[in-house]
Every structure is written in C-alpha cells, then in structure tokens.
Design a protein around this ligand. Structure first.
Ligand code: NDP
Ligand code: 2IT
Length: 452
C-alpha cells in the first residue's frame, strides 16, 4: 500500500510532466495543480486509483478540435478567428460544457475549463462527461448580423463533432441566448435534423428549459446558503459583493435579493458599481441584457445611491459574502486580504476558477467558508442536463419543477463535498471535498470501462 506522501510525490512528478507536455498553458497547469494536489489521500486509501495510467489518462483530453472560423464584418472585410472544442472525458456521458467567445480564449483556457467541467459534471450526479469550446472572437461592439455570420461559420465546422449523444455545447462568457439561437439554426440547416438535445440554453419556445438562464446564479446562491447553514447562519440581512454583470452575476443578484440578502455591487471589464441601496435588477437587466451597455450607465441612471469606480475591483467593498461571477483569476491574494480584513464570512465561486490559489489558501487559513466553482456553479450545467432530459422526452417541465430539482441537486452537491472532506480528514475544506468526490465518480467509470 502506498502512503499519502509517496502518492503526493508521484502526483508532483505528473504535474511537472503536465507542464512540460503542455507548454504555455498556465490556466490549464493551474487547474491541474488545484485538483491533483488534493487527490493524494484518496489515491493512497484506494489502491485501484493508483493503477498506472489512470490519472495520466484523466489529464489528457480524449479529443481536441481546432479550426479556422472565417467571417465577413459589416464592411465586407474578411475576419479570421480560431475555433476550439476540447472533448475531455466521456466516461459518464456525452461531452458537456459551454462555448466561450472572448478575445482571451486560447487552447490552454479551453483545456482548463474542460478539465474543471469533468469534475463539476460528475458532482451533479447526472450522466454528462466534460468538454468545453469557444473562440477568440470578441462579440463586444459587433452587430447582430456580424454575430450571426460568425456563429454560422463557427457551426459550419463544429457540427461534425457534436450531437445529442456525442457532445452537447451550451453558453459561457460571450455566448447567451442570441448566440445559441444562431448556432442551433445553422446546425439544423446543415444536418436537416430537429435535434433539440444537441445544444442547451435554447429559447423557451423551441426546446429550452425554463430556469436554465437563472440556474448558475441561483445555484451558487443556494450553495452559499448551504455553507452558511453549516455555520448556523443564513442569507437574511447579509451584504454581498458580486463581480460581473452577465448571465451568472445577474441571476446571482436576483436570488440573493429574493432570499433577503443585499447585493451591492456588479462590474464589467471597465470597472465596478457600488449601490448602497442594493442593485436595481430591472435597471441592470435593461442596460446589460437589452442595450448591451457598460456598467457606468447603471450609476448614471440610478441616482445618488450608486457610484461607478473605473478600473476598480469589487473586493475592496466591505461585505459578509463575496460571489465572484466574471472570469478566472479575478480575485487575488490582495483582494482576499481585503475581504478578510472586512470580515467576509463566505466566498462562493459563480465563475470558473476566479480565485487564485494563493487567495484560496489565505481565505481557508482565515476560516472563511470557500465554495469552489466546480461545486458552487454546477447548477447551470445541471439544468442543462435537465434540458437534455426534457428534449429527449419531447416534453417541457414547469419552472417550479426545474427549480425544485436544481435546489435538490445543489443541496446534494454541498452534502457530498462536505462529507467527502470529512472522510478524508479535511473538515470544512470544500475544495478537497469537491475534487475527491468528482474524481471518485469519474475514476470508477474509467476503471470499469477499461483502458481507452
Ligand atoms: P457573460 O458573458 O454573460 O458575462 C461575463 C461578465 O464577466 C461580463 O460582465 C464581463 O464584462 C465580465 N468579464 C468577462 N471577462 C472579463 C475579464 N477578462 N475581465 C473583467 N471582466 C470580465 O458570461 P457568464 O455570466 O455566462 O459567465 C461568467 C463566469 O461564470 C465565467 O467564468 C463562466 O465560465 C462561468 N460560468 C458560467 C455558466 C453559465 O451557465 N453561463 C455556468 C458556470 C460557470 P465585459 O462585458 O466587460 O467583458
Ligand atoms: O461552466 C459551465 O458549467 C458552463 N458554462 C455551463 C455548461 C453547460 O453545458 O450548461
């Protein structure tokens, strides 16, 4: 039987190899470190997981697709972007995960997201594997017609790699209902199939699940509430700082408000808004979802309770809770120190890997409840899987039914992470709990299915 420290040494060697074999992919290295550094206890305790090649297979995508995406802008100029789809692991079901359109997208970013997705999807308890895709296309400032032509060109290549039983993309940064509509239209045209289950996040009138737009934000708030409950507290009366002002941030603020908390910030890449009265969601939705504007417009139109801080980060605003909901590495150790100084009780990740490893360490050392994204933001992909189930059965559930299922999945993820952390001598450590519980489910399926 190998000891924990021998296992840790083996995993350290593997991490060094991962860095050599995947040069210039810092986000993927970070995600691999974050998971592998917590696995020693479970691999040491269960000899079958020490089988040579198991973890090595897990860190190597099953398939990586890279393609050219040419499109014409409104001036008739030809633009060329890069498209990606990383099909990471299908031991538990068809590859499942979003598409991100953002200029920062590259292979390493998509691999980090795809790797996280494997464990997140496993934690939902549903039958979905892990994948992720996207493009370095920047939708900001592009007309609807440009976005449509881009999406059509993107799908003209992607369609050969996806399918309801193969790989099922959805949204992520820069990909919402509008983009999913254009992507679905082109898939349907090329394949001549009404294959609703090939994409999730569809419009409610044509196969989309109710509550899918809300699911990630709502789910994260339910996860934060569960962490607080463990400490004998609830959301009522708590002040919360939220970053971002997109899909996840908006529905995080909505649920916080519904459960009696006061969400006082939102942000985008231009800076942040703090509104002492609490964010006015109708105004924020109008600016962000309808006008596709910037957050400074919110402060201008809201009146004296709100102010815009150009270039700043919301973490400097004192609050009981912090829910990062924009992008990776948006909360570093200086931000964590500021949150701790101001008495934060819980940090729950709506975004994927928004907290740097140093910041996670500081928060945990200070006794702050920390919910990692792969657990806390799993509500979005979970409701995507419920959308697939509805599509397969050619039916549509009520909003109440979907919300009940979402709440029960989030409670179960919280319990699983909490109990797994205790089982492996890391009480209260949701990072360890999430990584080990996700790993166990995927690893068991991989072992049962042989060396493939
Ligand atoms: P949106 O595109 O709807 O919103 C993204 C928000 O984050 C915008 O306010 C955007 O501001 C801001 N943002 C993005 N990149 C940066 C950056 N580099 N620096 C500063 N601000 C930035 O995306 P989502 O809300 O869907 O996604 C937010 C996060 O949640 C991502 O990490 C995503 O992976 C994660 N997530 C999303 C799920 C979903 O269902 N949509 C599910 C689970 C996780 P700006 O417009 O100025 O760029
Ligand atoms: O990061 C994520 O979990 C998502 N962007 C949602 C993926 C999905 O398939 O719904």
């Amino acid at each position: 039987m190998t000891t924990r420290s021998e296992t840790r040494t083996t995993l350290d060697h593997l991490l060094t190899e991962i860095e050599h074999r995947n040069p210039a992919q810092p986000e993927f290295h970070q995600a691999a470190h974050e998971v592998l550094e917590t696995l020693a206890p479970v691999i040491a305790a269960r000899p079958e997981y020490a089988e040579p090649g198991l973890v090595e297979r897990l860190v190597e995508p099953e398939r990586q697709v890279l393609f050219r995406v040419p499109w014409q802008d409104d001036q008739g100029r030809v633009r060329v972007n890069r498209g990606f789809r990383v099909e990471f692991n299908s031991a538990l079901g068809p590859y499942k995960g979003g598409l991100r359109f953002h200029p920062s997208v590259n292979l390493g970013v998509i691999k980090f997201l795809g790797f996280e997705q494997i464990f997140k999807n496993a934690l939902t308890g549903l039958g979905i594997g892990g994948g992720k895709g996207g493009s370095d296309f920047d939708p900001h400032g592009r007309s609807d017609a440009e976005v449509m032509r881009f999406c059509q060109s993107f799908m003209t290549e992607l369609y050969r790699h996806i399918g309801e039983h193969t790989d099922v993309p959805a949204g992520d940064i820069g990909v919402g209902g509008r983009e999913i509509g254009y992507l679905f239209g082109q898939y349907r045209r090329i394949t001549n199939r009404w294959e609703a289950g090939v994409l999730t996040g569809k419009g409610r009138g044509w196969g989309g699940s109710l509550i899918r737009p809300e699911a990630t934000g709502y789910g994260n708030v339910l996860f934060a509430a569960a962490m607080l409950r463990e400490r004998g507290e609830d959301l009522e009366g708590q002040t919360a700082v939220v970053s971002g002002s997109g899909n996840v941030a908006i529905y995080t603020i909505e649920k916080l408000t519904a459960l009696g908390a006061n969400a006082i910030t939102c942000s985008d890449s231009s800076g942040y808004v703090v509104d002492e009265k609490g964010i006015d969601l109708d105004l924020l939705k109008q600016i962000k979802e309808v006008e596709r504007g910037r957050v400074d417009a919110y402060a201008e139109r809201r009146g004296s309770s709100a102010r815009f801080v150009p270039g700043g980060r919301v973490w400097e605003v004192p609050a009981d809770l912090a829910l990062p909901s924009a992008t990776q590495n948006e909360l570093d150790e200086n931000d964590a120190a500021a949150l701790i100084r101001n008495g934060v009780k819980a940090v729950s990740e709506g975004a994927n890997m928004p907290t740097t490893p140093e910041a996670v360490h500081l928060l945990q050392q200070a006794g702050v409840a920390f919910g990692p994204g792969k657990a806390a933001n799993a509500g979005g992909v979970a409701v995507s899987a419920l959308e697939m189930a509805q599509n397969h059965a050619r039916t549509a559930w009520t909003a109440e039914r979907v919300e009940e299922e979402l709440a029960s999945i989030m409670t179960s993820i919280h319990t699983t992470c909490h109990e797994t952390a205790e089982r492996y001598d890391a009480p209260g450590d949701y990072v360890t709990g999430a990584n080990i519980a996700g790993f166990e489910r995927v690893a068991d399926a991989m072992l049962a299915q042989g060396v493939i």
